[in-house]
Design a protein around this ligand. Structure first.
Ligand SMILES: Nc1ncnc2c1ncn2[C@@H]1O[C@H](COP(=O)(O)OP(=O)(O)OP(=O)(O)O)[C@@H](O)[C@H]1O
Ligand SMILES: [Mg+2]
Length: 337
């Protein structure tokens, strides 16, 4: 016969204050009522299993019968945690401004979507958001059930501070504030399932960029550079910034690598040939490809028609870079069905 005091002690240890109506029969069968008020169904089940095991461990106990009650009701079930809805995060950075970083980010995003991936684009450039223009989006992002809804264009979902603030009002944010605004836009906006979220970081390698890289923890980064800064001092700064925060640099994109004359179609290597490619090799970073400087790219971009979405030759370099990025990010593994 089990000792009643030991049974009560075991119950109190496993579920303090929740057991009552305890009976210990001569044949070692223990019965009790377990109050599970305030727990949800799953938690109540777990508690029952723990309590029964604790009682069964008492010497002489041959069986346990618990009756669950919830006079004040069960808590609503916790929503099932979705398996990581954003599978990869890719940061697009540059050592300095005006090198075509946003254009690369938007067009790589559009190309990846065309290749069958579900893609989000987050414009983290708080001072000069350009994603709405590049995608031809205007107006504000809406809130639904307290969640910010990304806007959809050219097969991708996009969010930008430019969809939230008055475009004429300058936003002055310091590093930590900007970084936490971005992590909120990643974690709390309604992105749904994404194979990859591409983040267009603000240009440069200052405090804001560093804090963002640190907080967002992208799975990889690409660095956009022009051949002008041929020694690529600025690109190198971006590479060492990511090294500081342990983010892998997937490669270097050379933008405006060759000038294509809109009149004769002739190619001029104004800044010399293979500069970025050679430099990438020298600093041990993969070269992801070059994009020619072409008036059609600027015109289409300014008109909100991403060149990657057009059936012209301007789409090709973005498509190739996107394929290499997908490979280096191992995107196929998490590909949405
Ligand atoms: N390959 C290209 N050929 C022609 N024009 C281009 C090319 N790439 C970008 N541009 C143009 O150069 C300008 C700057 O590009 P973009 O805004 O992408 O640069 P950025 O590096 O993001 O600039 P910022 O530092 O202001 O964020 C834009 O007008 C864009 O249309
Ligand atoms: Mg930009």
């Amino acid at each position: 016969m089990a000792d009643r005091t030991q049974v009560i002690e075991a119950l109190e240890r496993a579920a303090p204050g929740r057991a009552s109506g305890i009976t210990v029969a001569a044949d070692g069968l223990v019965g009790f009522v377990l109050a599970v008020d305030g727990l949800d169904r799953a938690a109540a089940g777990r508690l029952q299993a723990e309590v029964e095991a604790a009682v069964r461990a008492v010497a002489g106990v041959t069986g346990v019968r618990a009756i669950l009650t919830a006079d004040r009701g069960l808590a609503p079930a916790e929503p099932a945690k979705a398996e990581k809805p954003i599978r990869r995060i890719l940061a697009v950075a540059s050592g300095k401004g005006g090198v075509g970083k946003s254009t690369v980010a938007a067009n790589v995003a559009v190309s990846l979507a065309a290749q069958g991936y579900s893609v989000g684009l987050l414009d983290a450039d708080i001072n000069g958001p350009s994603v709405p223009t590049l995608l031809g989006l205007s107006g504000r992002a809406l809130l639904d059930n307290g969640r910010l809804q990304p806007m959809v264009a050219h097969g991708i979902k996009a969010l930008s501070i430019g969809m939230m603030t008055d475009p004429d009002k300058a936003v002055v944010w310091r590093g930590p504030m900007a970084a936490s605004a971005m992590t909120q836009m990643i974690d709390h906006a309604d992105w749904g399932e994404l194979d990859v979220l591409i983040i267009d970081l603000p240009p440069g390698t200052g405090d804001i960029q560093l804090t963002m890289a640190q907080k967002i923890k992208p799975d990889g980064a690409i660095i956009v550079s022009t051949p002008q800064d041929l020694a690529l001092i600025d690109a190198r700064k971006a590479i060492s910034m990511f090294a500081q925060v342990d983010v892998q640099v997937l490669g270097l994109v050379e933008n405006m690598s060759v000038f294509v004359c809109p009149h004769c179609g002739g190619h001029s290597h104004i800044f010399g040939e293979h500069g970025a490619e050679d430099e990438a090799a020298r600093i041990g970073v993969p070269f992801l490809g070059g994009i020619p400087l072409h008036a059609a790219i600027r015109e289409a971009s300014d008109a909100g028609r991403p060149p990657a979405a057009l059936a012209t030759e301007q789409a090709a370099p973005y498509r190739e870079i996107a394929m290499r990025v997908a490979q280096r990010l191992n995107l196929a593994a998490g590909r949405a069905s």
